[in-house]
Design a protein around this ligand. Structure first.
Ligand code: MN
Length: 497
């Protein structure tokens, strides 16, 4: 998924006013903190301790080096003592990567019996971090602040979360989306300004005639296809449901060819996300279903009906969660139908076919069924139900003069009964704070029917990413009320004018 082995730099601020002995302790303390954070096993990336920064020149040099080092994904700053903030201006002005201000101190407790002025001067981040923070705010630089003792697991987990946000910021500009079809005719919310998306997010969004990728599908060697079909048959339950075994297998074989052909195209041309449209399939025999599901599982982004924004978002979230232990999954998703029974409210999520198997819970089956739309062979698809628990649904929309990212906290549940006649993978969730306010808020904010969905990132992480991109972000969560949301949208419309 990622070619670079990213690291984060830990930079401690001080000054030479307190003498060599104090600076030696500052360096020692920073070393202990970095060592412990690295050994905690909580951080997904390595921290690298940098020499203590004491003046304009050393600060500027550090930020220059951070910009230039391709493996550096961000700098974590902390003022152990007092560091006059004017000395940070030049460095901060030129710095272009994610910035975390860790507002911590070496000791957890005030040493009541022994504390004297020397100790206070040495351990004064409550003082120094305010001086430094003032300058970052005055300069209008987007950064994350995390306050608390460095040994606290909550603090460590927040640093870990921020690291994944930083990876999203760094990797966003490497995302390349291939569109095998334009936006579905007359559909509004999946549209958007691709030039502005490249300026804001760095996304490259290119179109190819669908028959160019269909040629790749035709050229896949039969042996490769057969081997992949064997893999499908060993990995998934075959749900014939009355279909002829041979005919069923032929339909599955078509999807195996699509998976291999598409993947070859994506690798050769260096694309990380795919856009299709059921109404524009050229010489493809089936709508890519099982094939797209498998490609999403491998880390590719996906958007249906020409939806390149959601395709890029799914890819982004897959990169941000790459290598996560006990990840529960990330997928393209669509709001479909409601359960409005009081006390059991929720939204049934699915798509025609394309739901990522990373979110599945329990066995995965293959079905071959007709599509109500389009005019091709009955496509094979993976069917399953998804995991339970908290998750987020996100929608990136283009409002004409700006992008807005809407983030809704949702709670995934099992539906009460199986749905044996529904031939697609599903999820079922209740939006926060409840279905009524959640759905009303989503629609007020202009959210799409397509979402980029994940169990593995938080609203805070995606909101921080959006802030770093300089776009509007709207949260819908347990604290949302319609009255406050309407005010927020009104104020935002003025702020982003
Ligand atoms: Mn759709």
């Amino acid at each position: 998924m990622m070619e670079k082995k990213y690291k984060f730099w830990f930079a401690t601020g001080s000054q030479d006013l307190y003498g060599e002995e104090c600076l030696a302790k500052v360096a020692k303390h920073s070393g202990i903190i970095v060592e412990n954070l690295n050994e905690s096993g909580v951080l997904p990336f390595e921290l690298v301790r940098k020499p203590t920064l004491i003046d304009n020149e050393s600060i500027r040099r550090l930020f220059h080096e951070a910009n230039a080092d391709e493996t550096c994904a961000g700098v974590i700053t902390w003022m152990h003592t007092f560091s006059p903030a004017k000395s940070w201006i030049l460095g901060l002005q030129e710095y272009r990567k994610p910035l975390l201000h860790l507002h911590t101190q070496f000791n957890q407790e005030i040493p009541y019996d022994t504390i004297d002025m020397d100790f206070m001067n040495e351990n004064q981040s409550a003082h120094g971090d305010r001086e430094y923070g003032h300058m970052v705010t005055r300069m209008g630089i987007e950064r994350k602040i995390i306050a608390g003792h460095w040994s606290d697991i909550t603090v460590q987990k927040r640093i870990a979360d921020w690291m994944r946000t930083a990876i999203g910021i760094m990797e966003s500009s490497h995302i390349r989306v291939v569109r095998f079809a334009d936006n579905m005719r007359n559909v509004a919310v999946t549209e958007g300004d691709k030039v502005e998306a490249q300026i804001k997010f760095g996304w490259e969004v290119d179109a190819y005639p669908v028959n160019e990728v269909a040629e790749y599908v035709k050229e896949v060697p039969t042996g490769d296809i057969e081997a992949l079909v064997e893999e499908y048959y060993s990995k998934y339950d075959i749900l014939l449901e009355g279909r002829d075994e041979k005919e069923f297998r032929k339909h599955v074989t078509v999807q195996a060819g699509i998976e291999l052909g598409f993947e070859k195209f994506l690798v050769e041309k260096n694309y990380h996300a795919i856009v299709t449209h059921f109404g524009d399939l050229g010489s493809l025999q089936q709508l890519p279903g099982l094939a797209i599901q498998r490609l999403m599982e491998k880390g590719y982004g996906f958007g249906a009906e020409g939806d390149w924004k959601t395709a890029a978002m799914v890819r982004l979230m897959k990169i941000m969660t790459a290598g996560m232990k006990e990840a529960k999954g990330t997928s393209f998703m669509e709001d479909y139908t409601y359960n409005l029974v009081p006390g059991k409210e929720g939204i049934l999520q699915a798509h025609m076919l394309e739901v990522c198997p990373t979110i599945s819970d329990g066995p995965i089956g293959i079905k071959v069924c007709p599509l109500s739309m389009g005019e091709r062979e009955d496509p094979a698809r993976l069917v399953f139900t998804s995991k339970t628990g908290p998750a987020i649904a996100t929608s990136l929309i283009d409002l004409g003069n700006r992008f807005r990212l809407i983030i809704n906290d949702v709670v995934c549940k099992k539906v009460e009964k199986p749905m044996p006649k529904l031939p697609v993978a599903t999820a079922f969730w209740t939006p926060q704070p409840n279905l009524t306010v959640g759905a009303e808020s989503w629609i007020l904010a202009g959210g799409a029917h397509h979402t980029a969905f994940t169990y593995d990132l938080t609203a805070e992480q995606m909101g921080d990413w959006a802030a770093a991109m300089g776009i509007e972000v709207v949260y819908i969560d347990k604290d949302t009320t319609i009255r406050s949301l309407k005010n927020e949208l009104l104020w935002n419309s003025i702020a982003f004018r």
